[in-house]
Write a protein that binds this ligand. Structure first.
Ligand code: CMP
Length: 147
């Protein structure tokens, strides 16, 4: 499982449907989804490892500018594959075909976040979602996606 968040710029730019379509089409299963105006406390916990970076204050304010769409996707190697689908942190290094490579130009407005490791995915999922918000359901197309 991985946490994917469409940031306030992605929501404002109406990219939510396009981004979700990419994850659905790839074959991943949606297990949690919500629209959230994140509190400063939540954002501080989410980006705790970056607290000493010079861009930290700007990042907090960017992420508070409007609601985000936060979701959990599940599937084989989803953390790694989602990072590949997102592109590089800096959109200028992101290949066309990736989300950042197709939809943005600046690192401070990079439209989407994805967990970067198993540890951060577990931490981020438990930060943004309660256990009762994570749904277990059967993907009918599963046998056509997995051997
Ligand atoms: N040099 C930078 N200047 C501004 N924001 C940055 C910089 N580097 C990283 N970020 C932001 O910090 C975020 C950390 O992880 P994200 O994938 O959410 O996307 C990153 C960017 O939004």
């Amino acid at each position: 499982r991985t946490l994917v968040a469409v940031k306030p710029d992605g929501v404002q730019r109406r990219l939510v449907g396009e981004i979700m379509r990419r994850f659905e089409n790839r074959g991943f299963k949606l297990v949690a989804l919500k629209l959230v105006q994140a509190s400063e406390d939540l954002l501080r916990k989410h980006y705790w490892d970056l607290r000493s970076k010079p861009f930290f204050r700007g990042l907090m304010s960017y992420m508070s500018e409007g609601p985000m769409v936060v979701m959990v996707w599940e599937g084989l190697d989803v953390i790694k594959t989602a990072r590949n689908m997102l592109g590089e942190n800096n959109p200028a290094d992101s290949l066309p075909g990736t989300i950042r490579g197709d939809f943005c130009v600046e690192v401070g407005r990079n439209v989407i976040h994805g967990s970067d490791s198993v540890e951060s995915a577990e931490k981020e999922i438990s930060l943004w979602f309660g256990q009762n918000e994570l749904h277990c359901w059967v993907h009918n197309s599963r046998p056509w996606i997995y051997n």
